[in-house]
Every structure is written in C-alpha cells, then in structure tokens.
Design a protein around this ligand. Structure first.
Ligand code: B12
Ligand code: SF4
Ligand code: SF4
Length: 379
C-alpha cells in the first residue's frame, strides 16, 4: 500500500470507529501561532490552562522525534437534549455548557485515537505516534484549521461545514508523510453576531479572546468571582455557549452520533439548591463523569449560589444562611452573603447583620458589607 492508499484506508476506517471528520497536515511548525501566543501572553489574555512553553505549542518536533504529519479528528456533539426536564414552578436550575454534556469528551476522543493508533500499527509496523486531546501541548484548533477540518470563526471556534462548531478536536502526530489537506475559507464575512452577543466583551475583536473576561473561564476559577461577572453569569454553572448559539453557521446543528455524549438532563440542567449541600462523594456520583467536574465541587457550588441570586430565589435564603454559618470555605460563605443581599428580605438582612459580628475572614466581611449595602444603597 502506498502512502496515498494508506491515507484513503485511514479515512475509510475512521468512519467505522465513530470519528466524524478527519484531516491531515504536515508536522511543520505553527509559525503564525507562535506570534499570536506571544501577543496573548504579553496582553495577559491567556487563561493559564494552556501549556506554558510556547515553543512546545508550536513545534511538533519537540513532542515527538522526527514527526512527518498530524492527523486531526473531530467528533460532533449534541446541542439539544432528548429528555427535557420538566421543572415545577419555583424550582431553579443551573446549566452546564454543551461541551460538558455526556461522558467527559477527553475519554471519548482518546478511545477513538487509540483505535486509530492500533489500526496504524497493524498497517505500518514501524509507525510512531503521539496523540493528544485538549490537555496536550498543541493547539487543537490550529491543527484542525491547517488540516482542513474547519475554518476559524470570529468567536475563535473551529467550524466544520457539516456540524458547525459543535465538535471536539484531537490529534495524532505520526512519522508517516501523509499528503496534507487544504485549509477552508472563513465564512464570517461582515457578521459580528458573536462579538456583539458576548456578555462580558471577552471577544476583543474577531478571533481574539481575553480569556480572563470569558465566562467559560470564569466559571472554572476557584476564588471569589469579580462582581461585574457575577451579574452576567445567569444560570451558567459551567462553561458558556452564547458565542456559538448566536452564530448563523450553527443554526439547526444538532447531531446525536455518540451514545456516550447523550446528556442526562437532570445532571446537566440540575436543581440548584441540592448542589449547595452536596458532600464530595455525592458530587462525584452526580457530576463525576462530566468534563465540567474537573475543577471539583467548589466552583460549581459558588456558581450555583450566584445563579440562585440571579433568580432572586427567596426559597434559598435559609440554605444560604446555613452556608454562611457552617461552611468552612470563605469563598462559599462570602458568595452566600452577597447572594443574600441580592435576594433581599427581612430574614436575609437580619442574618447578615448577625453574622457580621461573628465573621473573622476579611474577604467574607467585605462580601457581608456588599450584601448589607444592597438593603440600604446610601449606607
Ligand atoms: C485554554 C482553552 C480555553 C480557554 C481560552 C479559550 C481561547 N479561545 O483561547 C477558555 C477556558 C476560555 C476556553 C473556553 C472554551 N473552550 Co477551550 N480550550 C482551551 C485549550 C486548552 C487551549 C486554547 C488555546 O491555546 N488558546 C490560545 C489561542 C490564541 O489559540 P487557539 O484558539 O488554540 O488557536 C487559534 C488562534 O491562535 C488563531 N490565530 C492564530 N494566529 C492568529 C492571528 C490572528 C490575527 C487571528 C485573528 C487569529 C489567530 O488561530 C488558531 C486556530 O483557530 C484548547 C485545547 C487545546 N489544547 O488547544 C481548548 C478548546 C479550544 N476549547 C474548546 C471548547 C469547546 C471551549 C468552549 C466552547 C467551552 C464552553 N462551551 O464553555 C469555550 C469557547 C470560548 C471561546 N470563545 O473560545 C475546544 C474547541 C473546539 C472547537 N470546535 O473549536 C478545544 C479545542 C478543546 C477540544 N479539544 O475540543 N477554552
Ligand atoms: S464563551 Fe461566552 S463569555 Fe466566552 S467569548 Fe463566548 S460568549 Fe463570550
Ligand atoms: S456569529 Fe458571525 S462572526 Fe461570529 S463566528 Fe458566527 S459567522 Fe462568524
């Protein structure tokens, strides 16, 4: 089998193992990306979740000896739930972004990549490879763009013509010199819908994100959330889909190819109040399979408190007072204090006044003051 036939065979095989799109590119350095990453770093626009060594991010030869190509894969994920939750009046729910529906996508894509690796080994005994999904050094988007999987949108996402931007990406560096595929043209044109819809102005301009302002990032931090973002969070408890859902190129895109990716609506759109009192074990049992649980229980609980404040859910006042009295974590006590101010009412005000006297943590004290100010804005 020559290399062109091998490529055709890999493409054919990929379809039989649940890979929705596959593309090939060279293993040469990503020179444009290097510059881009340096600018992002200088501006302080990175999230801190990326590989810090820029050279590793742009040079596949630092990740594998004598690489010749990169195989990029994309798997489409659903955007609509088959089993919608029926909420009773007054029951408030949070939402996980679509990229956190179903089983953790890292596991699903790694499964597909390891099948691909095994097949490559069968066909080419001296093949070498290194695979990665999200947590690897390479930019999955830059690889996918160069491999013709999709074009890069002003919201930063890679858009496949077939499935829109609702695809996960992963790749395998190999020592086989496959013929590269051609990149695709962007379809954004003069549209700016995603930039205009971003609630925090995180998309500074087309294709440039200040990750520090992106709600997706902010839902994944562990400390106190800055006030300006609390107002914009809504009921998002993990991630943000706004710049994808407003995009005309994503209209009607909803694919259900992978059983593992089907969401359980009770899990990805969960009731908020029960989250506040969950033990670590209960959290793991309910949310442990989602990619959105990777930062642990605290950010999800903090975001749930902010979501209850967003709904001004008076039925949560007692739960929030309990957290203020008993929770050992200052971020949770302080966020609960702020939420009590937002929700308002006599009981909330009295509890804040009483706890002001007994609270020792200076940051929580500040949040109590903020909460009390909401009852008397000229204080
Ligand atoms: C750090 C990170 C984040 C950060 C920062 C995101 C960002 N836009 O940089 C935060 C936490 C905010 C985040 C959020 C999300 N993420 Co994220 N994230 C990553 C991660 C780990 C690294 C991304 C990175 O390096 N960014 C730095 C920027 C500068 O580079 P880049 O976007 O990778 O590459 C593009 C730019 O460099 C651009 N570029 C290069 N040069 C130049 C020059 C000019 C002038 C311009 C305009 C552009 C440009 O071209 C490249 C290709 O498009 C990747 C996984 C990985 N290892 O790559 C996942 C990844 C990008 N995330 C992903 C997803 C799904 C999301 C969310 C949709 C999740 C959600 N619903 O909340 C949001 C989307 C937010 C957004 N608008 O981008 C997917 C994207 C899939 C897709 N179809 O595009 C990835 C690829 C994970 C995966 N393996 O599937 N993420
Ligand atoms: S994910 Fe949300 S906050 Fe981040 S850029 Fe998109 S719309 Fe803005
Ligand atoms: S909303 Fe418009 S500008 Fe943004 S990615 Fe989609 S087509 Fe491009």
């Amino acid at each position: 089998m020559n290399i062109a036939e091998l490529k055709e065979e890999i493409i054919r095989y990929s379809k039989t193992i649940g890979i929705d799109k596959i593309g090939f590119t060279t293993a040469s350095t990503f020179d444009g990306l290097r510059n881009r990453l340096m600018i992002q770093q200088e501006l302080g626009f990175q999230s801190g979740f990326e590989e810090p060594d820029i050279e590793k991010r742009v040079n596949p030869a630092l990740l594998m000896d004598q690489p010749m190509s990169i195989i990029s894969i994309a798997l489409a994920y659903p955007t609509k739930m088959k089993d919608r939750v029926v909420s009773k009046p007054g029951e408030r729910r949070g939402i996980f972004c679509r990229a956190s529906w179903g089983d953790d996508y890292h596991l699903v894509l790694k499964d597909r990549l390891s099948k691909l690796e095994a097949y490559l080994e069968e066909l080419v005994p001296d093949v070498r490879f290194t695979s990665m999904v999200d947590t690897g050094a390479l930019s999955d988007r830059a690889v996918a763009e160069r491999a013709g999987i999709g074009w890069s949108g002003k919201n930063c996402s890679i858009f496949t013509p077939e499935f829109g931007s609702y695809v996960y990406l992963g790749e395998t560096i190999t020592n086989i010199p496959f013929e590269p595929d051609e990149p695709l043209e962007s379809k954004c044109g003069t549209c700016t819908k995603c930039i205009d819809a971003c609630p925090t102005g995180a998309l500074v301009q087309g294709g440039q994100l200040n990750a520090q302002r992106c709600i997706s990032f902010i839902t994944q931090t562990k400390g106190f959330m800055p006030d300006e973002f609390r107002e914009e969070l809504g009921n998002r408890i993990y991630g943000c889909d706004t710049c994808q859902t407003v995009c005309p190129e994503n209209k009607g895109k909803d694919f259900h190819f992978h059983e593992e990716m089907e969401p359980d609506s009770e899990i990805v759109k969960p009731l908020l109040k029960p989250i506040l009192h969950m033990s670590n074990k209960e959290f793991k049992e309910k949310f442990g399979r989602l990619s959105g649980s990777w930062r642990g229980k605290k950010p999800i609980q903090r975001n749930s408190i902010i979501a209850l404040a967003h709904f001004k859910d008076e039925s949560a006042v007692e739960d929030l007072i309990m957290l203020m009295k008993k929770d050992p974590r200052p971020v949770i006590r302080g966020t609960a204090a702020w939420a009590l101010g937002k929700i308002g009412g006599e009981e909330a005000e009295k509890a804040l006044q009483a706890l002001q006297a007994s609270e020792n943590d200076p940051e929580v004290q500040q949040e109590i003051e903020k909460g009390l100010k909401m009852f008397n804005p000229i204080m």
